[in-house]
Structures are given as structure tokens and as C-alpha cells.
Design a protein around this ligand. Structure first.
Ligand code: SF4
Length: 444
């Protein structure tokens, strides 16, 4: 196909932006392309196919995609057989799709989040057609048994529910990923059993809102029931999940975290803001008091749990008082870490049309204050680990320092020296030093 790789295996370069859902979609893309005889390359200049799996959640990364793909025009001039594709969340939005098609004429292939399984056919058409664009508004059912080549040999992402029904006023996900569709428990269990047979030790169950898992199935199931089924599978040692909408956390889930031995003591529970007024504007369906009560209930049941969150600053209409309420909530909860975001309007969402958008300078000043506070709290949280012995799963060797890297059950990274043979093992490590984002340990 390419005049660069005429007598070699065809190569693809895949760039993944965004959340773990996208990372996992990329694992499926790698599986499909490998099955078609392609080999992955980290150098886009060596590729016969360049594919960008895009994210729409924030504005800045989206702008960068246009810049980066724009720069591939040169590569295309040098190698007219090169195929350039865009997939993921950006093409799922009408405005972005139009912009991709008009401003990036050298893009050959565009598809969305619902038809990744159609990649072999789309790619074949792209060899002969000027441009192939196939974006589905919604999925036509869940496609099982797609090939997947996972990025890690010991821990795996497993989708349990696709889409979202919540329509938070700032978020594009319900538009780009469609309504909630749960996989059947038997399909999820079969996938995880297979992973256990292949030597995987840890699974992270993925969904925009895993707490509503099973509500759309003919034979209703709950997420806690699913956790119980997975907990019974031998070989799998750890179960994680993300993301949980606070309004949908039920007591049976808290009990499952407290009692099922393989379910790790970490809960990502996005609060977004501490202001009830802004929570209402965000369409989040809870108040800060409800959230604090929920945190207290979870901590009572699982005292060692690590709580992490997402926070947005500068939502339209956010006053200094609203922002103070966010700082107060962060002080009270003491999250072990938080993803902090500056609000950016996403076309097509209600919040983008709200009056009183906050000036960038104010948003920046607020996010610095929020990060400073959270960093102090994270630092204290990490320091409290020093001297303790933690169970970790050894996941990889760091490229910079060649140390082994693993994670505690509470999802904190631990670096330590040891033999590469320890990869994939559950070990106990004594923590000797805490940094803001990682811990240093020695084998216990
Ligand atoms: S719950 Fe809200 S923020 Fe999360 S994906 Fe759904 S709409 Fe977006």
C-alpha cells in the first residue's frame, strides 16, 4: 500500500486522547489492525496509516487535534498512499464533523465511537475511495468478541456499560457515546474468565456511570451483583471500576466494596463543585450535603478507602462564593487526589449557551488556588503511607529509572527496585518515601 513500506509489514500509528473508554477502544483498534496484518509504530513518519482516536470533553485537546493532523499534510505529500483517519468522540458531534471535513481535506477516513467494528471494511474502502466518512448516531447493539490487544499484560480494561443517560449540562458524552447500554453479565464474566486464563490479575470495569449497570437489561442486574460474580472468578485478584455518579450509589455497592475481598478500596466519585446552586445548573441531581453524607457513609463502611474526584472551576455564573464552597468541600472530604478542570464550553451542550461565562483570567486564578489546596491534601495523604507495608501488583518497568512500578489497592503508584521477574506478581512493599504523585518503596 505505501511506497515507504513496500516490502515490509504495513504500519499504523495510533494516537489516543481522552478517557479510559477511549484507551480501551484503542485496544480494540490495535486488535483489529493487527488482525489485518498491520504492525504498530511509535513514529508517524514510518506509518502507512495514521489514526487519531479523539476526545471531545475539553476544548484545548480538540484544537490541538486540528493542528497536529493539519501538519500531516506534509507527510501525505511525501507519501500519497498514506491514509489518515480520525475516529472517536470528535466526529460524533455534527459541528466538529463538519469542521474536520472542511478544514482537513487530507483526512481519508472518519468514523465514530459506535462503528469501530466496521474498521476493516472502512479501511478497504479508503484504499480506493477519495474519502470514507461513516459516523453512526447511535450504536446498533453491542458487538461482542472483537479482537483486543491490551496495553498491559496483567491489568485489563473491561467495558460493562456504554453511553450515558445523565445529560450533565456541560458534558458532550451523552451526544458522542449515546444512551446507556449494558453488556450481558455472562459476556462480561466470559471475557474476564478468559483474561484470568491468560494470566491477568486485575480488571478495571468501565462505564460512564457503572452504578446504573444492568438497569436497561431485560433480565435486570445490579452493579453490586456483577461485582460479586467477578469476585468469584479464580485467577483475578483485584477488581476496580470507574466512573460512579454520586446520585446512583446504592447501599449494596458500598457493601460490595466493604465485603468482597477482590474489590479494591478506591472510589472515583466526581463531585464537580461544592456549590449547590452550580450543581443544579450542572444538572447533577445532588447537593453538597448529600455528597458529604454519602462520603461519611462510605468511609464508615470502608475506613481505608481512597476517594478521588473530578472538579470543574469557572462554570457559567460561578461566583467567588460558589468557588469558596468548592474549596470548603475539598477541605472537608480530603480527597486523596483530584482531576481539576477549567470549564470550557462544548458546542451543543446547554451550559455553552448559559449567560455569564467566566473570564479566562478568573478561571485560571481559581484553578491555581484549587490545585494548591488539593496538592497540600494529596501530599499529606501520601505522607501518611510512609512506614506502612502495602500490597502492590507489579505492572511495568519505568522507562526513565528502570524501577518496577505497581499500584496499591488504593491505586497509588509505588516505585521500587527489583527483578523484572516480579512483573505480574502481588507483593508487599514497605513505603519509605512519599512524593506528591507516587510512593517509593522497598520489597518487604
Ligand atoms: S454522568 Fe454527566 S459528566 Fe458523566 S458522562 Fe454522563 S453526562 Fe457526562
Amino acid at each position: 500500500m505505501s511506497n515507504l513500506n513496500t516490502d515490509q509489514q504495513r504500519k499504523f500509528y495510533l494516537k489516543t486522547l481522552g478517557c479510559q473508554m477511549n484507551e480501551h477502544d484503542s485496544e480494540v483498534i490495535v486488535g483489529i489492525l493487527t488482525g489485518l496484518g498491520y504492525q504498530q509504530t511509535e513514529n508517524c513518519e514510518h506509518a502507512d496509516l495514521i489514526l487519531y482516536n479523539t476526545c471531545s470533553v475539553r476544548e484545548n485537546p480538540e484544537r490541538k487535534v486540528y493542528g497536529q493532523i493539519g501538519s500531516f499534510k506534509m507527510l501525505k505529500q511525501q507519501n500519497p498512499d498514506l491514509l489518515i483517519g480520525i475516529c472517536g468522540c470528535m466526529p460524533q458531534q455534527k459541528e466538529e464533523l463538519d469542521q474536520i471535513l472542511t478544514t482537513l481535506p487530507h483526512v481519508d477516513l472518519v468514523f465514530g465511537t459506535h462503528n469501530i467494528h466496521r474498521l476493516p471494511e472502512l479501511l478497504e474502502r479508503a484504499q480506493t475511495e477519495e474519502r470514507v466518512v461513516e459516523v453512526w448516531d447511535d450504536s446498533k447493539g453491542i458487538v461482542e468478541d472483537l479482537p483486543i490487544i491490551r496495553a498491559n499484560k496483567f491489568k485489563a480494561f473491561v467495558n460493562v456499560i456504554y453511553g450515558c443517560n445523565n445529560f450533565c449540562s456541560y458534558c458532550v458524552v451523552p451526544y458522542t457515546r449515546g444512551r446507556e447500554r449494558s453488556r450481558l453479565p455472562k459476556d462480561i464474566v466470559a471475557e474476564i474468565r478468559q483474561l484470568a486464563d491468560e494470566g491477568y490479575k486485575e480488571v478495571t470495569l468501565l462505564g460512564q456511570n457503572v452504578n446504573t449497570y444492568g438497569a436497561d437489561l431485560d433480565q435486570k442486574a445490579t452493579f453490586a451483583e456483577l461485582l460479586t460474580m467477578i469476585n468469584d472468578l479464580s485467577g483475578i485478584e483485584r477488581i476496580r471500576f470507574t466512573t460512579s455518579h454520586p446520585k446512583d450509589i446504592q447501599d449494596d455497592l458500598i457493601e460490595a466494596i466493604a465485603t468482597l475481598p477482590k474489590v479494591c478500596e478506591h472510589l472515583h466519585l466526581p463531585v464537580q463543585t461544592g456549590s449547590d446552586r452550580i450543581l443544579k445548573q450542572m444538572n447533577r441531581h445532588y447537593t453538597s450535603a448529600y455528597y458529604l453524607d454519602l462520603v461519611a457513609k462510605i468511609r464508615e463502611a470502608v475506613p481505608d478507602i481512597s476517594l478521588t474526584t473530578d472538579l470543574i472551576v469557572g462554570f457559567p455564573g460561578e461566583t467567588e462564593t460558589d468557588f469558596q464552597e468548592t474549596l470548603n468541600l475539598v477541605e472537608k472530604v480530603k480527597f486523596s487526589s483530584a482531576f481539576t478542570f477549567i470549564y470550557s464550553p462544548r458546542p451543543g451542550t446547554p451550559a455553552a449557551k448559559m449567560p455569564d461565562q467566566i473570564p479566562e483570567v478568573v478561571k485560571k486564578e481559581r484553578i491555581y488556588r484549587l490545585i494548591e489546596l488539593q496538592n497540600q491534601i494529596s501530599h499529606e495523604y501520601m505522607q501518611a503511607h510512609v512506614g506502612k507495608t502495602e500490597e502492590i501488583l507489579v505492572e511495568e518497568i519505568t522507562t526513565k529509572t528502570c524501577e518496577l512500578s505497581g499500584r496499591t489497592r488504593t491505586n497509588k503508584q509505588v516505585l521500587f527496585s527489583g527483578s523484572p521477574d516480579l512483573m505480574g506478581q502481588l507483593l508487599h512493599v514497605k513505603i519509605i518515601e512519599a512524593k506528591t504523585w507516587s510512593l517509593k518503596g522497598v520489597l518487604a
